[in-house]
Design a protein around this ligand. Structure first.
Ligand code: GLU
Length: 422
């Protein structure tokens, strides 16, 4: 929470999300009342999560579930754990989920959850108790037709298994569709684990097409080497792109001759960090976004590219695996310098797209092959990319504004047709 107090207001993710909606509201003929509704989450739940630590001590954590908008379908979005989590971050992420599900046109709204904690210092048993108690605290507002959580930063299929089990125990029903990103044996979908990264790499390929950039042999820098960063790195390597740098919260490595994405992943799995990987130079973490590369995949947290460093970014194409890595001021600087940015709400929508496929499989009690999942994902992302690209060209705006125009337009049109209760 300390970080929060030192953060300048322009880097407050929720203010940024609201500002992004204001930008498109000015360009579109939408009832200002509807814009007012979309700028605030529909529901915010803040809970205390008391658990017994392994040493017998009782500790109380803060948790949040923010439900932003459900005009287009049930609330949907991940749950993250981390010391940096705060309510405004979760509100922003929930807002971006509503935009994301609208951009790829899946019948969901947007939500997000988070718990302020340091998962790296907690045992698996403590994380299980934390997850189960949090689930019981939010169980009255989640459900397969209400709000469907999924993994995000520092949560994974195991976390989803605990949520599903606790929800089942509390609600008295065995329903796998209450969460997505589950282990396969519990009703998870093949392809979900790499889905966000598949979307990132598909967007990189489409961006290369429209900017006449050669994909083969192109250089890539990745920030964040978690699920999204790591899988994006090796999937890019499969397309003969060349990973030259990557980072995590502890360090960054660089080798202009190329890094083996999978070997770096194995090294991190063993040591906990990419730092110290042999055959690469250590560089400061914040220098990765400034490297002279063809592609930059920011896959860490918010506010990586800001007014302070946007002018130093040399990448030709940025594909945002993370949510909110670029601030609005940075967007303008990048647009002027001709950097092509594939915005988060399109670039990382592959995850929630396959979450939707997982949920459909759960509700129908039928299961698809990985090829089927990947082919359906590819079609959705390519279609969304084309729609955003065409709209941003027509409106002479950058891809983020194009994506927000598409999303806000879709959400507002449904809200208009549904009308207002009572
Ligand atoms: N947490 C992921 C995101 O930010 C996935 C959400 C989901 O699958 O519901 O998009």
């Amino acid at each position: 929470m300390e970080e929060e107090t030192h953060r300048s207001t322009t880097n407050n993710p929720f203010e940024i999300a609201q500002h992004q909606i204001d930008i498109v509201a000015k360009r579109m003929k939408i009832d200002p009342g509807i814009i007012e509704i979309i700028k605030q989450p529909k529901r915010v739940l803040e809970v205390s999560v008391p658990i017994r630590m392994d040493n017998g001590q009782l500790r109380v954590f803060r948790g949040y579930r923010v439900q932003h908008n459900d005009a287009r379908g049930p609330f949907k979005g991940g749950i993250r754990y981390g010391p940096q989590v705060n309510l405004d971050e979760v509100k922003a992420l929930a807002t971006w989920m509503s935009m994301k599900t609208a951009v790829v046109d899946i019948p969901y709204g947007g939500a997000k959850g988070g718990i302020i904690c340091n998962p790296k210092e907690m045992s698996s048993a403590e994380l299980e108790r934390l997850t189960r108690r949090f689930t019981s605290e939010i169980s009255s507002i989640i459900g397969p037709l209400r709000d469907i959580p999924a993994p995000d930063v520092n949560t994974n299929p195991q976390t989803m298994a605990w949520i599903m089990d606790t929800y089942g125990a509390v609600a008295g029903i065995a329903e796998p569709g209450v969460v997505t990103g589950k282990p396969i044996a519990l009703g998870g979908s093949l392809g979900r684990n790499e889905a966000t990264s598949r979307g990132v790499v598909i967007c990189a390929r489409e961006a290369a097409k429209v900017t006449s950039t050669k994909l083969e042999g192109s250089s890539v820098a990745v920030t964040g080497y978690g699920n999204v960063g790591y899988n994006s790195a090796w999937l890019a390597a499969d397309l003969r792109m060349r990973l030259v740098a990557c980072s995590d919260s502890q360090g960054a490595i660089y080798n202009p001759d190329g890094l083996d994405a999978r070997k770096v992943g194995d090294f991190k799995a063993r040591t906990g960090t990419v730092k110290g990987y042999p055959g690469a130079r250590q560089i400061p973490i914040d220098k990765v976004v400034e490297l002279d590369v063809d592609f930059l995949f920011p896959c860490a947290l918010e506010n990586e590219i800001t007014a302070a460093n946007a002018a130093s970014v040399s990448a030709k194409i940025i594909v945002e695996g993370a949510n909110g890595p670029t601030t609005p001021e940075a967007d303008d600087i990048l647009f002027e310098s001709g950097t092509f940015v594939v915005p988060d709400i399109l670039a990382n929508a592959g995850g929630v797209t396959v979450s939707y496929f997982e949920w459909l499989q759960n509700l129908r009690r039928e299961y698809w092959t990985e090829q089927e999942v990947n082919a359906k994902l590819e079609a959705r992302i390519v279609k969304a990319f084309r729609e955003v690209y065409e709209l941003s060209k027509k409106e002479t705006v950058h891809m983020r504004t194009g994506a927000f125009m598409l999303a806000v337009g879709r959400i507002a049109s449904v809200m208009q047709q549904r009308g207002l209760f009572p």
